[in-house]
Design a protein around this ligand. Sequence first.
Ligand SMILES: Cc1ncc(COP(=O)(O)O)c(C=O)c1O
Length: 398
Amino acid sequence: MRFSNLADRLAANPNRLYTEHGKATGSGRTILDLISTNLAEQGWVFPPERLQAILADAAPQARIYRPDSLGLPSAREAVAEFYRAAGIPATAEQVLITPGTSLSYFYCFKLLANPGEEILCARPSYPLFESIAQLAGLQLRYYRLQESRGWEIDLDHLESQISTRTRALVLISPHNPTGMVAGRQSLEELAAITCRHDLPILADEVFSEFLYDLEALPRPASTPAPLVFTLNGFSKMVGLPGLKLGWVLLSGRQARVRRSLEVMELISDTFLPVNDLAQHMVGGILESREAFVSGCRGWLQRCRHIAGKLLSQCPGVDFTLPRGGFHLTLKVGGEEVDEEALCIDLLRESGVLVHPGYFYDMAPAHLVLTFALQHQLLDRSLKALCQGIREWKKRQNS
Ligand SMILES: Cc1ncc(COP(=O)(O)O)c(C=O)c1O
């Protein structure tokens, strides 16, 4: 029997850090996990009575299955209303419901590019697109985020990376893992680039509700870019990843939006993958999200403050305080640092799990972590991390 080349590529060797982590947890050791971002595990759950009531309302409506390949009209309208409230003039006809943002990416990739063609993504970045691009048979190319400028987009570099094979560019804002939020000016310039090269923007806004020191999220959908796919969903917004509910809002020039929707409808119709019950819950969840979002945002603000304070007392560690999202990146030295060895050492000696920057395609000597942890646990974990880095550096220098 033979498997595809893709199967061989996907069956990569297990990572050393995760092998160590498995050994540690398997032996019963408690690890301070600065990676997992499951809000529910930190006590942040969508108000249970409200969710129960929304589910009870949805259940009778879902009794008779009437699939719609773009998504149920009521769900599409609720999503459009979400954007109208944010100042984006959206209608239900511009919305596609999906089973999550990851699949939204896949649909967009299949719509926009042929095998071998390119999608332009930020470097560093959350390592999601590599696998999605592999599944879609596409190549990724990268534009720089500049650490020395608070991880701002290097727009000159971005434009220089556009080739005749580029079919779309991905913008994650708020960005995972740097916490960068693209400002209005950057978005205007980005839109001008996409107009010059006639390229669509895939705007990943899954962290849109979690902003710090910012009133509102600047959105590519409010620029003159020729075609924008705005991706979001319930996994981060309301802490319900298991509901598997996401969406794409298409905006820009009408003819392109129309054509894109026609094709995406066919792609979606092939699988009809979105749970009907979950779709009937969309309106209720969006209407009642504010209590969850504002409580969680306030809690995250405090987490961010604790992280900023503790990490600024950690010698030899540099970082930019995130403007959005739940993650931050630390620079812990120069080229000489072996990040993977450091992470394994931190796990073994200090019982702390963080990611090496290379998982996110960062320049050497970076660590990635989340600050979305219960405050006491965050305090304990970051103190253990700083102590671990200090001891590791001492050992390296001795
Ligand atoms: C930036 C970003 N986009 C997309 C996703 C995936 O979202 P979903 O759970 O809706 O597939 C994640 C998950 O962590 C993410 O960090």
